[in-house]
Design a protein around this ligand. Structure first.
Ligand SMILES: *[C@@H]1O[C@H](CO)[C@@H](O)[C@H](O)[C@H]1NC(C)=O
Ligand SMILES: *[C@@H]1O[C@H](CO)[C@@H](O)[C@H](O)[C@H]1NC(C)=O
Ligand SMILES: *[C@@H]1O[C@H](CO)[C@@H](O)[C@H](O)[C@H]1NC(C)=O
Ligand SMILES: *[C@@H]1O[C@H](CO)[C@@H](O)[C@H](O)[C@H]1NC(C)=O
Length: 254
C-alpha cells in the first residue's frame, strides 16, 4: 500500500516536470532573459528546411533581420530560422513576434507560423558614493519602476506621474537619474510594462568602481514560482511519507 503511494508521488513529480517541459510549446509567449551587452537567441523550432522568409516585429516596429551574421545590424538569422540579437541594450526588452513563411507543396498560399517572446534584460552595476547614476531604462514600453533599496518594494517612477522619489530625476532621453548615489540606494531596480511583466532588472551595489562579477539574477515568472513551490511541497510530502514508513517498520519490529 505504501509502495503504491511512493510510486504515485514519483509519478506526480514526473508528470509535473514533463508539463513544465511542454508548457512553452503552447501559444503563450516564451520568456528569454539576456544580460546587457550580451547576446540572445530567439528559437523558432521549425525542423524543415523549407523556410522562405523570416520576419521579426514588436507591437510598435518592424525589425530587419540580416540573413547572416556578417551584415552590420545587431539582429541576424542563425540556422533554420533562429534569430540572434547581439550586444543587447535596455530598449530591446519587451514583446517580440517571430514569423516564418515556408513552402508547402500542397497549396499556392504561403503558410506561416508565429512565435512570441518576452525579452527581459538584466544588468549589474556598482556605483561609488556621491557619483551620478544614469539608467537608460525608461523606454516606450516602460510603465513603472520599482526598487527594494529600502528593504521593501516601492514604486519610484510611473509613466503617468513620473518620479515618485526625492532621490531621483528623469529626463527626456529615457534616463532615470540618481544625482548623488548613497549606499542606501543600493538594491534591485525593476522596470515593468503595462501588464506588470518585468522588462529590465538592474542590480545596483555600492562600492568600488569595478564591475561586480556576481552571477546574474534569474528571471522568475510567477509560473516558475508556482512550479518551484509545488516541487518543494511534493518533495516534503515524499520525505514525510518515507519517515512514517520507517516509524511503522520500527513499530513492527518492536
Ligand atoms: C495563437 O496566437 C495567434 C496570434 O499570435 C492567434 O492568432 C491564434 O488564434 C492563437 N491560437 C490559440 C490556439 O490560442
Ligand atoms: C555575441 O556575439 C558576437 C557575434 O556573434 C560575439 O563576437 C560575442 O563574443 C558574443 N558575446 C557574448 C557575450 O556571448
Ligand atoms: C511592418 O511591415 C508590414 C509589412 O511587412 C506593414 O504592413 C506594417 O504596417 C509594418 N508595421 C510597422 C509598425 O511599421
Ligand atoms: C532586493 O531583492 C533582491 C532579489 O530580487 C535581493 O537579492 C536583495 O537582497 C534585495 N535587496 C534589499 C535591499 O532588500
Amino acid at each position: 500500500m505504501s509502495k503504491c503511494l511512493n510510486l504515485l508521488l514519483l509519478l506526480l513529480m514526473f508528470c509535473f516536470f514533463y508539463q513544465k517541459e511542454i508548457l512553452p510549446a503552447g501559444n503563450s509567449s516564451i520568456s528569454v532573459s539576456g544580460k546587457k551587452r550580451g547576446n540572445i537567441t530567439l528559437r523558432c523550432e521549425h525542423e524543415d528546411d523549407n523556410i522562405v522568409h523570416v520576419e521579426l516585429f514588436t507591437p510598435s516596429r518592424n525589425i530587419s533581420v540580416c540573413e547572416t551574421e556578417e551584415c552590420r545590424g545587431r539582429v541576424f538569422k542563425e540556422g533554420n530560422c533562429d534569430v540572434v540579437i547581439k550586444n543587447l541594450i535596455f530598449s530591446d526588452a519587451g514583446k517580440y513576434t517571430l514569423r516564418i513563411y515556408y513552402n508547402n507543396d500542397q497549396t499556392e498560399l504561403k503558410p506561416k507560423k508565429d512565435w512570441t517572446y518576452h525579452l527581459h534584460i538584466h544588468d549589474e552595476i556598482s556605483v561609488k558614493t556621491g557619483e551620478e547614476l544614469k539608467m537608460s531604462v525608461l523606454w516606450i514600453d516602460a510603465d513603472k519602476v520599482k526598487t527594494n533599496s529600502s528593504g521593501e518594494w516601492k514604486e519610484v517612477w510611473t509613466r503617468d506621474h513620473g518620479v515618485q522619489s526625492d532621490r531621483m530625476n528623469d529626463d527626456n532621453d529615457g534616463n532615470l537619474i540618481i544625482k548623488s548615489f548613497l549606499d542606501s540606494d543600493a538594491g534591485t531596480y525593476r522596470v515593468l510594462d503595462t501588464e506588470g511583466e518585468i522588462l529590465i532588472t538592474v542590480t545596483i551595489t555600492a562600492g568600488e568602481n569595478t564591475v561586480s562579477h556576481r552571477s546574474a539574477p534569474e528571471h522568475w515568472s510567477w509560473v516558475e514560482n508556482v512550479h518551484f513551490g509545488f516541487v518543494i511541497i511534493v518533495f516534503f510530502m515524499y520525505i514525510v511519507i518515507i519517515a512514517v514508513q520507517f516509524l511503522l517498520m520500527f513499530a513492527g519490529i518492536i
